[in-house]
Design a protein around this ligand. Structure first.
Ligand code: FES
Length: 571
């Protein structure tokens, strides 16, 4: 335990008027007096919301956590924070990730808790909670909500990645709107988050590989009763973590981040992983840069045969052995000694793991694909870097030279993409500007632009696409994302014109706009930003302080931590 004793006793252990006030109002919830006498207070940080369907079962999950906390002698107190539902929030949930993290940070610090359980599921709810908790650095454990059961439609398995395929099928006339409507209910047929290795599943794997969860957190389906058992054990464990004073900074070492990058490569995790891990590292004070993602992915094959890079779903992943089975395969590569929430080396989390189905989880000798991870490309088009997911790209486009077809913003793209006169061929490079952190604002998931109808009708399935935006973790294609610096801040992307030649060479990690420097300087001198900067509210604050994507798109003033101490006390 913290040598100064339980933090919560700074509230509940007081005598006189202050102690009376701190305890009396809590007692209106029917809490007996002994709860306040030195029991570790465990905050259960809940992102439950019916507007976040992926997390809509979290009140039930919180009850399981509470049972564990009580069994271990703790005092559980559940509290809500801003919840970000990927599918409904406009203009994009990413705009609010940093805001939610501020809510989490301040809620934890301001309240009488000794340890925290983070309940997260849908994409942004995991990084925002971990980022906020890192800036306070109390003992913390994560419980993910689990993925949905695999969708089934007309005898076939379906998942979120099929949304893009269905959309293309409707546009090319292979599927009717009525059939599309029928597919909706077939896809989301149980509680939980997206059932593929999209961003939510990637985040669940990220926290498990970092050591922030009990084993199997990433893959137990939301509807499986063992998810509740995991939640209960996590509630039990956090009480001991408080007694051991095991904090986030003890777990989140540089080696833990390197482990997470290697595991992400092996599972074919989302490109959004890059942004979120960089932001988390910035909060806990670990040096991490974009090149680290490429460097630590080297030599790691793709082991998980999961959509969108492969064939199977998160449910299959669990039955095949889940993340511990993947980590056991990676044992020779991983840092074994990093400490997990168990208080023991992370290697103990997977030492006994078994792979039950090698079609779903390959071995190092017989991986699903040799190529994995995140490729970081650099060049005059992205001097600070850009990312591409090789396992979701087309091998024949990994080295490609083509002429740009430029869209100034996402509205321009929607207005013209299906214009029969658009000068686009299968060799073109689609370029989308003004979808970066500042320009959109909030960096929406539009980077995997749907292909022009006329190319779809020709049977073209992929062309090179480049933007300063993001891609859904369920998306795929030869898509260069997170171009930094973004176009709205005057990066070279802003200067690209229709017909310019662009050369992508993934093996050489290069992305070049083949326009000479003098011409680029002339264009830059004439360039004027076209986006609007808000002057009020959170969006104004965000646009003025968000950092570029190669730094994780966190706010400049949120990097680092303020700790858990409350410096003023008005009572
Ligand atoms: Fe919530 Fe995909 S929409 S995880």
């Amino acid at each position: 335990m913290n040598k100064e004793g339980l933090r919560s006793q700074g509230w509940f252990g007081r005598t006189g008027k202050d102690g009376f006030i701190y305890r009396a109002w809590m007692k209106n919830q029917g809490i007996p007096d002994e709860e306040f006498r030195g029991r570790p207070v465990i905050g259960i940080c809940n992102t439950w919301s019916e507007f976040t369907p992926c997390n809509a079962h979290f009140r039930e999950l919180a009850e399981s956590v509470k049972k564990g906390v009580i069994a271990a002698g703790g005092f559980p107190v559940e509290f809500p924070v801003m919840s970000l539902g990927e599918t409904l929030i406009k203009p994009t949930a990413m705009l609010y990730r940093n805001l939610a993290s501020m809510d989490v940070e301040e809620s934890i610090r301001a309240n009488p808790m000794d340890g925290v359980v983070l309940l997260c599921g849908c994409d942004k709810t995991t990084p925002s909670l971990v980022m906020g908790a890192c800036s306070v650095n109390l003992p913390t454990i994560v419980v993910s909500g689990g993925a949905m059961l695999t969708g089934r439609f007309r005898g076939k398995t379906i998942g979120t990645s099929d949304v893009w395929r269905f959309n293309d099928a409707v546009r090319s006339g292979e599927m009717t709107e009525a059939e599309l409507r029928m597919a909706e209910a077939s896809m989301c047929r149980s509680r939980g988050h997206c059932a593929v290795m999209g961003t939510a599943s990637t985040m669940a794997c990220m926290v498990e590989s970092l050591g922030l969860t009990l084993p199997d957190n990433a893959a137990i389906p939301a509807a499986d009763s063992r998810r509740k058992v995991l939640a209960q054990y996590s509630g039990q464990r956090i009480v001991d973590m408080v007694k051991e004073n095991l904090r986030l900074s003890d777990i989140l070492t540089r080696e833990a981040f390197e482990n997470a990058i290697m595991v992400n490569a092996a599972i074919g995790g989302s490109t959004n992983f890059v942004l979120h891990l960089l932001a988390i590292a910035g909060r806990i004070g670990v040096e991490l840069n974009l090149e680290d993602f490429d460097r630590f992915s080297q030599g790691i094959p793709l082991l998980a045969n999961l959509q969108p890079s492969g064939e199977y779903f998160m449910e299959d992943f669990y039955y095949a052995g889940g993340l511990p089975a993947v980590m056991r395969q990676l044992h020779e590569k991983l840092h074994h000694g990093t400490i997990a929430v168990s208080g023991k080396p992370i290697a103990e989390n997977y030492a006994e793991a078994v792979t039950y189905d090698e079609k779903v989880i390959g071995t190092m000798d017989k991986p699903f694909k040799e190529m994995s991870g995140i490729a970081v490309v650099k060049g005059n088009l992205c001097s600070e870097g850009a990312v591409l997911k090789p396992s979701a790209a087309s091998p024949h486009l990994m080295k490609h030279k083509g002429q740009a077809v430029v869209f100034d913003n996402i509205e321009d793209y929607h207005a013209r993409i299906d214009d029969p006169d658009l000068p686009v061929t299968r060799d073109s490079v689609l370029v989308l500007k003004n979808v970066g952190p500042v320009g959109y604002p909030g960096m929406p998931e539009v980077g995997n632009m749907a292909l022009p109808k006329k190319l779809l009708e020709e049977g073209v399935e992929d062309i090179v696409r480049i933007s300063d935006g993001r891609m859904s973790g369920t998306g795929f294609g030869t898509v260069v994302l997170h171009v930094s610096p973004e176009s709205a801040t005057g990066g070279t992307l802003a200067l690209v014109r229709d017909g310019d030649w662009i050369e992508l060479d993934v093996e050489a990690r290069s992305l070049q706009l083949l326009v000479d420097d003098d011409e680029l300087a002339t264009r830059h001198a004439a360039w004027r930003a076209s986006h609007t900067v808000q002057q009020r509210g959170y969006v104004g604050l965000y646009q003025q302080h968000v950092q570029q994507s190669h730094l994780g798109a966190d706010m400049d003033f949120l990097r680092g931590a303020s700790g858990s101490k409350v410096t003023r006390d008005s009572h």
